[in-house]
Design a protein around this ligand. Structure first.
Ligand SMILES: NC(=O)C1=CN([C@@H]2O[C@H](COP(=O)(O)OP(=O)(O)OC[C@H]3O[C@@H](n4cnc5c(N)ncnc54)[C@H](OP(=O)(O)O)[C@@H]3O)[C@@H](O)[C@H]2O)C=CC1
Ligand SMILES: O=C([O-])CC(=O)C(=O)O
Length: 272
């Protein structure tokens, strides 16, 4: 059985841990860490098979695990990504926006090659990356329009310098339009999906992101349009937000669980 270390015990981390505990993911959760010890303890209290809570994130990969699952933040990826690979563990990343920093991407990609380890990026809260990857060389334009309730956007770095008052928005309002690279830095906990799209397609400078705050929606909606010599693709994913973290969609959690289930199983692999 594969041994798993978990970094981040919030909305995604908790559901992954429960999926391992119930046997849905055929692995063993051996170690966990969260910046908040309380959150780590709360998670462990929900599990039948108790993992050890380690004292800092670097200790996770010093134990005998096969993979570290990151479900914490872009900073966490930047902080521990390299040491996980140096310790010869695989790594699954949810805070994919971290990889739009080219120096981080290059360091982690070189380390995968050097240490013969793999980084897994689940498709997260979107669908269609299989198609985007296949037509990559023929793509001319890619955009993603993300619509969320203002409460799902609260706390983003963008608002530190913007005049926009989320509480005053009474109808669907475009609050941001720019490159995926800018978007993941200004909305680090909201638009990791734009990083996935960029890495699968034409890169983070050319992938266009629009963010709409809609006080009338109860969904996190991602509308992706891609066009090029191959033809056109158009996907709309209407996600229900997680009940504990409205920024995060249910699909992101399910996609993380499915990626880890596949990692832990000898099974038929479907899709690109
Ligand atoms: N790829 C995708 O499609 C998606 C990616 N995400 C991303 O996945 C990540 C997890 O999401 P989610 O579970 O909903 O988030 P939560 O906020 O619910 O949980 C994250 C947990 O990780 C902790 N944490 C943050 N930074 C660190 C760190 N450096 N070291 C240790 N613990 C840390 C947080 O603590 P504290 O609260 O104290 O900061 C929190 O307890 C986020 O970065 C999110 O943006 C989310 C949805 C979709
Ligand atoms: O869960 C979502 O809808 C998208 C999200 O938060 C992200 O990409 O960071």
């Amino acid at each position: 059985m594969k041994r798993i270390g978990l970094l981040g015990c919030g909305a995604i981390g908790t559901q992954i841990a429960l999926a391992i505990d119930s046997g849905r993911i055929p692995g063993t959760l051996t170690h966990v860490y969260d910046a908040s010890k309380e959150k780590a303890s709360e998670l462990v209290s929900k599990l039948n098979s108790k993992p050890e809570i380690v004292e800092n994130s670097h200790l996770l990969s010093s134990h005998s695990v096969n993979i570290i699952v990151e479900a914490a933040s872009q900073d966490a990826v930047k902080d521990v990504g390299l040491s996980v690979l140096q310790n010869k563990r695989d790594l699954m990343i949810m805070s994919v926006g971290a990889l739009l920093d080219e120096s981080i991407y290059d360091i982690l990609s070189d380390a995968c090659d050097h240490f013969k380890k793999t980084i897994y990026l689940p498709s997260g809260a979107i669908a269609g990356l299989d198609g985007i990857k296949s037509v990559k060389d023929e793509l001319e334009s890619v955009s993603i329009t993300t619509t969320k309730h203002p409460r799902s956007l609260k706390g983003a770095k963008f608002f530190e310098t913007s005049q926009i008052d989320l509480n005053a928005i009474s109808s669907p309002t475009k609050i941001f339009e720019g490159s995926a690279k800018e978007a993941v830095s200004l909305f680090p906990a909201n638009i990791n999906v734009a990083a996935l799209l960029s890495l699968s397609g034409i890169g983070s400078e050319k992938t266009i992101v629009k963010i709409i705050a809609d006080p009338n929606t109860d969904k996190n909606t991602h509308h992706i349009e891609a066009a090029g010599k191959f033809g056109k693709m158009d996907f709309t994913i209407e996600n229900f937000p997680d009940s504990n973290n409205p920024k995060t969609s249910r699909l992101a959690i399910l996609s993380a669980i499915e990626t880890l289930r596949k990692y832990c199983s000898d099974d038929i692999q479907i899709g690109t």
